[in-house]
Structure formats: structure tokens, C-alpha cells
Design a protein. Structure first.
Length: 205
């Protein structure tokens, strides 16, 4: 259980740092000359929309895992940790194809009208759940619904706080740093965390 929550914590912290989650908000701030307070509010609502879809999908996966864990001992002991490792390997291999905000989506937001842009931003964020964290909902299902809820709340709180905080800091000039390396390697780092969690789970579950 400690490994599960530690892995969730690490991925959630990384998630908040990924530039593609908060740079579009800064681009919109510059386009529409939003004041700092409005920019932070928009970032918070966008982060909430993104976290909500991730949470909803995670609960479905966690409950499916829970139903299997009640009947299959080997599933709990071996299959879920192996699944984590396999997902981790997948994200390592595909780390250069990060699936959150792409340049094309950012351009669509920048072309939207003043009255549409916030709605479109929330819609796009809701339709792009964080897939990396979903693996932790699956393994949480082997511990029970309390673990599923705990993982969901931990992820949501840290992600929303992280994205909102980075937008607030970025308005002070932090966005001028080159974040491309972190963006490019986010899948690689996430994959490594998943692999490590899966290996540890095999020996501690």
C-alpha cells in the first residue's frame, strides 16, 4: 500500500510540472490580456476538468480490478504488478509521443474567440485524461474501494494544486525557462516509476 501511494505521489507531482498542462493557459493569458487572478482561476478549472475525467476513468478501472481480485488470488499477486511493469515499458518506449496538449490543440485554443476559449479549454482538458496514473487505480482495486478513493483524491489534489501553482509562478517569468526536456522525457520518467512500482509490488503485495 505504501508503494502504491508513493508511486501515485511521484506521478502526480510530475503531472503538475508537465508544461503542456499549463503553457496553453499562459498563451491564452497573453492573447486575451487576462489579469493574473483570472489566469489562475482558469488554470484551476482546467486542472479540475482534467482531473475529473482521469478520476472517473480510474474509478471504473479500479472497480473492475476489485471484482477480479475478489475471485483470483494470482491476479492480485502477480498479474497486476506485471501489468504495471508492462505499462511502464510501454510509456518508456512511447515517451516521445506524449498524448496531452499538443501544439495543434494549443493553436486551436488560440484561434478560438474570447467567449469560447474557456469552454473549449475545459472541454479539451476533460477529454485528455492522464493515462499514466490509471495503472495505479488498477492496482488500488486489489486493496479495496478505500484505496481507489484514496488514490483518486491524492492524484486530484496534487495535480490541481500543481498545475495552478505553476501557472501562478509562470506569470512571474518562470515560463521563459526551457521546459522542452521535461516535456519530452515525461513519459520516460512516468514509465520508470510504473516499472519500479510493479517490481516492488511483486515482492511486497
Amino acid at each position: 500500500m505504501v508503494t502504491l501511494f508513493t508511486g501515485t505521489l511521484l506521478l502526480s507531482l510530475l503531472h503538475g510540472l508537465i508544461p503542456s498542462h499549463w503553457i496553453p493557459v499562459l498563451a491564452l493569458k497573453e492573447k486575451f490580456a487576462w489579469p493574473a487572478e483570472k489566469t489562475i482561476r482558469v488554470a484551476m478549472w482546467a486542472a479540475l476538468a482534467h482531473s475529473l475525467s482521469t478520476f472517473m476513468l480510474g474509478v471504473l478501472l479500479g472497480l473492475s480490478s476489485l471484482s477480479l481480485a475478489d475471485n483470483l488470488t494470482n491476479y492480485t499477486r502477480w498479474a497486476v504488478p506485471v501489468l504495471l511493469v508492462m505499462l511502464g515499458i510501454y510509456f518508456v518506449v512511447q515517451h516521445h509521443r506524449h498524448q496531452h496538449f499538443h501544439v495543434q490543440e494549443k493553436q486551436k485554443l488560440e484561434k478560438a474567440g474570447r467567449g469560447q476559449v474557456i469552454t473549449l479549454l475545459l472541454f479539451v482538458m476533460f477529454l485528455s485524461p492522464c493515462l499514466e496514473i490509471e495503472a495505479y487505480f488498477i492496482i488500488a482495486g486489489t486493496y479495496g474501494w478505500e484505496a481507489i478513493l484514496g488514490i483518486g483524491l491524492l492524484y486530484s489534489l496534487i495535480s490541481v494544486a500543481g498545475i495552478t501553482l505553476w501557472v501562478a509562478l509562470a506569470q512571474k517569468g518562470l515560463h521563459r525557462f526551457n521546459w522542452h526536456r521535461l516535456e519530452h522525457n515525461s513519459g520516460l520518467i512516468s514509465g520508470a516509476v510504473l516499472i519500479i512500482t510493479g517490481i516492488i509490488s511483486i515482492f511486497t503485495h
